[in-house]
Write a protein that binds this ligand. Structure first.
Ligand SMILES: Nc1ncnc2c1ncn2[C@@H]1O[C@H](COP(=O)(O)OP(=O)(O)OP(=O)(O)O)[C@@H](O)[C@H]1O
Length: 289
C-alpha cells in the first residue's frame, strides 16, 4: 500500500477562501492580566498562517485557547470541518478538540523518551482506532486488523517526515531536529485537518530549518492540511507562510501577506523595530534569490 493511501490526502478539498478556524473577539484573562484581548484570526482551508509577535505576546496562549487547555472568558472559536459540519471549540476538552481535527506540537518537546520513535507515533495513530478494549484484549480479528493499520500508518508517517531509518531509536536519543520531526509525525498520526506548530524551529540548526520548511510545505500541499505556525525565525516564516498575523501584548496589530505585514507601520514601529524589520527584509531578499 502506498503512503498516499494510508496518509489521508485532503488537497482536493483545499479552498483558500473558506475559513477552517475562525477566532472571534477572544479575550483571555489571568486575574488582572489580559493575555489575549479581543483577538480576531482566520485560518483559511489549505492555508499556512504564521502567528508572530514578541515574547509574551500571547501566541502560545492562543494555541492553548484553540486546543482547550485555556478557556477564554469572551469570544468564540469555530472549526468548519471539511465535511461541512461546524463546531464551537471554546471550552471543549483537549481530546475532543483533537478528535474534531486539530493536532499540535509543543514549544517544549513532549515525547515519550523511553519509547522508540515508531512507538511514539503508533500510540497517536491508535487514538483513531475504533476497536474497543475487549476486542484488543481478546485479540479479535478486527483488533488485529486495526493494529496492523496503525502500524502501517506509523511507518508511512515516519517515512513522510524523513525518519524512516530511525524507527527503532529511542525518542530521547534522537537529535533535536529529529525530535521536532517526530512530534510532527505524532501530531499527523491523529489525522488532523489543522496542524498547530508551536516554534517548530526552536533549537534546530540551519540545515534542519531548511528541511523543516520543506516538510511544512509538503504537509500543506500534499496532505492538504491547514497549518497555524508560531515561529520566531523570520526566514522560516517568510519561506512558508501564505499570510501572517501579528500579536503584540495580546492584541492583533496586523494581518496580511508577509509583504503587507512587513510594510505595516504598526508592525514596524510597535513590534518589529528597525532590527527585526531588517531581518524580515533580509529573509525576503534571500527567498527571492
Ligand atoms: N497559565 C497562566 N497563568 C498566568 N499567566 C499566564 C499563563 N499563561 C500565560 N500567561 C501569561 O500570558 C502572557 C502571554 O504568554 P504566552 O506564553 O502566550 O506568550 P508567547 O507569545 O507565546 O511568548 P513566547 O514567544 O515567549 O513563547 C505572558 O505574560 C504570560 O506570562
Amino acid at each position: 500500500m502506498s503512503n498516499n493511501t494510508v496518509i489521508k490526502q485532503r488537497s482536493a478539498e483545499s479552498d483558500t477562501a473558506t475559513p477552517v478556524i475562525a477566532v472571534r473577539g477572544v479575550t483571555l484573562r489571568f486575574g488582572g492580566l489580559v493575555c489575549l484581548s479581543d483577538v480576531e484570526l482566520t485560518l483559511n482551508r489549505g492555508e499556512i498562517l504564521a502567528v508572530i509577535g514578541p515574547n509574551g505576546a500571547g501566541k502560545t496562549s492562543l494555541f492553548n485557547s484553540l486546543t482547550g487547555v485555556y478557556v477564554p472568558q469572551e469570544g468564540s472559536i469555530t472549526l468548519n470541518s471539511a465535511n461541512g459540519s461546524t463546531h464551537a471549540l471554546l471550552g471543549q476538552k483537549t481530546h475532543v478538540v483533537n478528535k474534531l481535527g486539530l493536532a499540535r506540537t509543543f514549544q517544549n518537546i513532549r515525547l515519550f523518551g523511553a519509547l522508540t520513535a515508531l512507538e511514539n507515533v503508533k500510540i497517536a495513530a491508535e487514538t483513531r482506532q475504533r476497536t474497543g478494549p475487549v476486542s484488543i484484549m481478546l485479540g479479535l480479528p478486527n483488533a488485529r486488523r486495526a493494529e496492523r493499520a496503525s502500524d502501517r500508518r506509523a511507518h508511512n508517517l515516519m517515512e513522510f517526515v524523513g525518519l524512516g531509518d530511525k524507527i527503532n531509536e529511542l525518542a530521547s536519543s534522537l537529535s533535536y531536529g529529529d525530535q521536532r520531526r517526530l512530534e510532527i509525525a505524532r501530531a499527523l498520526a491523529t489525522d488532523p485537518q489543522v496542524l498547530l506548530l508551536d516554534e517548530p524551529a526552536a533549537g534546530t540548526n540551519p540545515t534542519e530549518k531548511l528541511e523543516l520548511a520543506e516538510l511544512i510545505r509538503h504537509i500543506n500541499a500534499e496532505l492538504g492540511i491547514s497549518v497555524l505556525l508560531i515561529e520566531h525565525d523570520m526566514r522560516l516564516v517568510m519561506s512558508v507562510a501564505h499570510r501572517v498575523t501579528v500579536l503584540n501584548f495580546g492584541k492583533v496589530i496586523a494581518s496580511g501577506t508577509t509583504a503587507e505585514v512587513q510594510r505595516d507601520p504598526a508592525v514596524v514601529e510597535a513590534y518589529l523595530g528597525a532590527e527585526m524589520a531588517a531581518e524580515m527584509l533580509d529573509a525576503q531578499a534571500q527567498e527571492e534569490e
